[in-house]
Design a protein around this ligand. Structure first.
Ligand SMILES: Cc1cc2nc3c(=O)[nH]c(=O)nc-3n(C[C@H](O)[C@H](O)[C@H](O)COP(=O)(O)OP(=O)(O)OC[C@H]3O[C@@H](n4cnc5c(N)ncnc54)[C@H](O)[C@@H]3O)c2cc1C
Length: 289
């Protein structure tokens, strides 16, 4: 039986209270949200925080999904299940619904939170890649107030972020509503993390692709944005030949490592294929808007 190292346990009753507890106990303190990443890591002794600050009772402040004048706002304690079932998300942010159908299983989706998925920094986590494609930002609150960080700037390495130990992610914001978007993933078996996954969000103008963004999951040491591929696509008429070239470029931009989910060449091949499929689906969806 795997057992975590000894730790102290505190329950926060407000966001400000959580920040005070983080300040009081110092850098060996971790927030506990759904616990679906942190607890397994503690059992494996990959993480041994001295103190856990449980924030799951902050639902009334941090569990929501709403439209605010065209900006999507998701509270950090919204569960995967909430995102999957949101009519707002289904209508305007289809790639999030695509991604959520493929994240883990109903048990994990009932407990796992958007804030936890973003803060964890696992490059194989799906939501960060989906949010990179959407151009979303996280709102982080600390003792000195609030700041926003683009999701693409959040990660500095595997399980490493620019967040300070005293920061709590309170919200995810997305002000861009793409006309078409899609998320494609290959997993070894249902509910597994991605061998590779691609999120695409775009708009069309005069039959040409504009305002395109691509997030890549599981094919680098952090979540990646395929900037060169986006550049190649901008201003071009969609079609199979373009999708093929985009897939090639994205495969070059990826930097996968061999692990239990596949070899590096296999993952690059997946990027090549998934970028084409995601583009085709996103364009198809944009054309019917
Ligand atoms: C069996 C299984 C299968 C899974 N499959 C997938 C999958 O296919 N795709 C996928 O993307 N994920 C998958 N996951 C991961 C899971 O969906 C997410 O990791 C989980 O939802 C993270 O959220 P959490 O609320 O459980 O975070 P926790 O485990 O509570 O926390 C994770 C980390 O984030 C920090 N944290 C949490 N909330 C905040 C906050 N508001 N502000 C700052 N820091 C915070 C914690 O301190 C901790 O370091 C799987 C998990 C399991 C157990």
């Amino acid at each position: 039986m795997q057992v975590p190292a000894r730790f102290e346990y505190e329950v926060a009753t407000s966001v400000e209270g959580a920040i005070s507890l983080l300040q009081r106990y110092g850098s060996e303190t971790r927030l506990l949200a759904g616990g679906h990443s942190l607890i397994p890591m503690m059992k494996l002794r990959l993480a041994s925080p001295e103190v856990l600050v449980d924030i799951h009772r902050l639902d009334k402040d941090l569990r929501y999904i709403r439209d605010d004048g065209g900006t999507l706002r998701i509270g950090a304690l919204a569960r995967h299940k909430d995102v999957l079932e949101s009519e707002l998300v289904k209508e305007h942010y289809t790639l999030l619904t695509d991604a959520e159908t493929m994240i883990a299983d109903p048990l994990v989706r009932n407990m796992g939170t958007v804030g936890g998925a973003l803060a964890n920094g696992d490059p194989a986590e799906d939501l960060p890649a989906a949010f990179v494609a959407l151009g979303a930002e996280v709102v982080a609150r600390g003792p000195d107030g609030e700041r926003t960080i683009a999701v693409e700037d959040l990660y500095t390495g595997p399980y490493e972020t620019v967040l300070e130990p005293v920061d709590i992610i309170t919200e995810l914001r997305c002000s861009r509503q793409p006309a078409g978007s899609a998320y494609f993933k290959v997993e070894r078996r249902a509910g597994d993390y991605a061998s590779a996954a691609i999120g695409v969000a775009l708009n069309l103008a005069d039959g040409k692709i504009e305002d395109v963004r691509i997030g890549m999951c599981g094919v680098g040491s952090t979540t990646l944005r395929a900037r060169e591929t986006e550049e190649l696509l901008r201003g071009q008429r969609p079609g199979a030949e373009l999708y093929g070239r985009a897939g090639e470029r994205a495969a070059e931009e990826s930097n996968p490592l061999e692990d239990a989910r596949g070899t590096a060449p296999y993952k690059r091949d997946l990027v090549r294929v998934l970028v084409g499929r995601a583009l085709e689906k996103a364009v198809e969806r944009a054309e019917v808007v």
